[in-house]
Design a protein around this ligand. Structure first.
Ligand code: ASP
Length: 589
């Protein structure tokens, strides 16, 4: 027998009991006649005591225990003289009379503590050690519970979990595919799914009515903190539903998860159109944890002899409340450098300081009178103490820059309180997005998204501007400025789907070759349907106030897409090349 209890379970009420514990040596300390060992397992840490006076031989053995040794001990629970209020087991310790070393351990390459000294790659190489650390372990347990609660909720709503294949067909639409050579069909490839999109729609045609799957998706994109080449979606689809049914069901799921996992009851989620989000927040995923919305001052600022504004498609700003006096010129210079960085790309930054004493100071004071500047202030209801920050330029770009500036100011001014969650639905995305470089439209969501019913007629237009304004019946769930999920009502009519493919630049033959199976299925009684997918890794990170999804994935990849532990990707043997009917690459020099 290895244990009667876990290292997290004993309390003062257990004092006097004889117990058996197994776990890892977190740390050991010799204090004169006593040796203390912190014994750790998944459930917690319990203090062990070895007494030199009463059991010298045992104590001598305990002194030789290294960090991360796996041991089994027997002893009696007793009250501690100096208690540790930060630990659930902090009132007790085990007076050990029996010690077995189950396995020794090399000295770990980084400390197994909440704050560790290991760099990212080192921690990933020894992921099994990293996962012993409390914060990472806690994240995985959180994730496990979240998937379980997701299944509970969706099961309660009549959803059925169905697996879809991982070896599918490559299509040029969307992100880059990971491909897998087929040995039995030399020269041909499968692709790993970017999402089960077409399969879940086919399941609706098949009459499954409510589908879900907690599923791996694969996208060969450049990596960032919130991206991994393989990630997990809570993927769902429903038949015979309106947008409203879907929003209600998945607002319900989100509420359920917040309540069960964090004990937080979220109020009803506000809704905002894509246009409004872009206008007020400069982003299609607005962070509603603070206000500071964008105000347009073009009508007041143009035509007054300041050429930069006169030529700009948009002159707009944000107002930072109450900081005019304490935001120094140095701060403003630094902020100007910040907006000029290539990642933001603004030409410059104009400010107006509404000082506490009623005076006004502005970087464009030469061009505008105090009265004019005060007029700008009215757009933001600016008062004494407020600071106006203005950007100008091409409309779409400038809005996005203002969105970034707003977030940066929120961060710099500490307006983002930890532990606050502000979810919202963003609705009515554009259906199509024009790509200047390739001279064609792309689907903003994906090619299976339905236009809003009232916009269907406009799909016959050949006018690019009309097509640009087409709205999709698509929605995103955003929490604290992060996109958690997205979905849409789908096209379920073959002719409309074909029309959409043609707007996206597919010839009839191309559409047939790539998506003929779906178009075919639509001819056999496809019900109206729609769905959504949540990014599970991201949801976990956001619910924990973090932005790195890696910390919620048991075995993540690094920035270059490498698994540091198993060292993948890796070359394959010549025989494998041959068997797959592939020509090996010429040797690298
Ligand atoms: N398949 C979509 C995605 O991966 C989600 C959906 O439309 O349901 O973004």
């Amino acid at each position: 027998m290895y244990r009667s209890h876990t290292c997290g379970s004993l309390r003062l009420t257990d004092a006097g009991q004889r117990v058996l514990l197994s776990g890892w040596v977190q740390v050991s300390r010799d204090l004169g006649g006593l040796t203390f060992v912190d014994l750790r397992d998944r459930y917690g840490i319990t203090q062990l005591v070895f007494n030199m006076d009463t059991r010298p031989e045992l104590c001598a053995r305990a002194r030789k225990l290294g960090r991360e040794y796996v041991i089994r001990v027997e002893g009696v629970v007793r009250e501690r003289t100096s208690k540790n209020p930060n630990r659930p087991t902090g009132d007790i310790e085990i007076d050990v009379d029996l010690l077995d070393v189950l396995n020794a351990s090399k000295v770990p390459p980084f400390t197994i503590e909440a704050d560790t000294d290991g760099g990212d790659d080192l921690r990933m190489k020894y992921r099994y050690l990293d996962l012993r650390r409390e914060p990472v372990k806690r994240n995985l347990l959180f994730r496990g519970k979240l998937t379980l609660e997701t299944r509970h909720y969706l099961d309660g709503q009549g959803f059925v979990e169905i697996e879809t294949p991982f070896l599918i067909k490559s299509t040029p639409e969307g992100a880059r595919d990971f491909v897998v050579p087929s040995r039995l069909n030399p020269g041909e490839f499968y692709a790993l799914p970017q999402s089960p999109q077409t399969f879940k729609q086919i399941l609706m045609v098949a009459g499954m009515d409510r589908y879900f799957q907690i599923v791996k998706c694969f996208r060969d994109e450049d990596l960032r903190a919130d991206r991994q080449p393989e990630f997990t979606q809570i993927d769902c689809e429903m038949a015979f539903v309106s947008r409203e049914d879907i929003l209600r069901t998945f607002e319900g799921l989100t509420r359920h998860l917040f309540l069960k996992l964090l004990g937080i009851g979220l109020p009803e989620f506000p809704r905002m159109s894509y246009d409004e989000a872009m206008q007020r927040y400069g982003s299609d995923k607005p962070d509603l944890r603070f206000e500071m919305t964008i105000g347009d001052i073009g009508h007041l600022a143009r035509g007054q002899g300041f050429p930069v504004f006169d030529q700009a498609g948009l002159v707009a700003g944000i107002c930072a409340k109450g900081i005019a006096d304490r935001y120094s010129n140095k701060d403003l210079n630094e902020l100007t450098d910040w907006v000029r960085r290539p990642q933001i790309g603004a030409g410059g930054l104009v400010y107006v300081r509404f000082n506490e004493d009623g005076t006004i100071k502005s970087s464009v004071g030469k061009y505008f009178t105090d009265e004019q500047l005060r007029q700008w202030g009215t757009v933001f209801e600016a008062g004494p103490g407020d600071l106006l920050l203005v950007l100008s330029g091409e409309e779409e770009k400038t809005r996005k820059q203002l969105g970034e500036l707003r977030l940066e100011m929120g961060r710099r001014l500490g307006l983002i309180q930890p532990g606050i969650f502000r979810p919202l639905w963003v609705l009515d995305f554009p259906l199509l997005e024009w790509d200047e470089e390739s001279g064609r439209f792309f689907a903003m969501h994906h090619p299976f998204t339905s236009p809003k019913p009232e916009d269907v007629g406009l799909m016959d237009s050949t006018d690019r501007e009309v097509l640009r304004r087409l709205r999709a019946d698509a929605y995103d769930l955003v929490i604290n400025g992060t996109e958690i999920g997205g979905g849409s009502i789908r096209i379920h009519d073959r002719a409309l789907q074909s029309r959409n493919f043609s707007l996206l630049g597919f010839s009839t033959e191309e559409a047939e070759a790539q998506f003929g199976f779906l178009l075919g299925a639509f001819e056999y009684g496809a019900p109206p349907h729609g769905g959504i997918a949540f990014g599970l890794d991201r949801l976990c990170a956001v619910m924990n106030g973090q932005n790195n999804i890696r910390d919620f994935i048991a075995f993540p990849k690094n920035n270059t897409g490498r698994d540091m532990m198993i060292d993948a990707p890796s070359p394959i043997a010549d025989a494998q090349w041959e068997e797959l009917g592939l020509a090996p690459l010429p040797p690298r020099n």
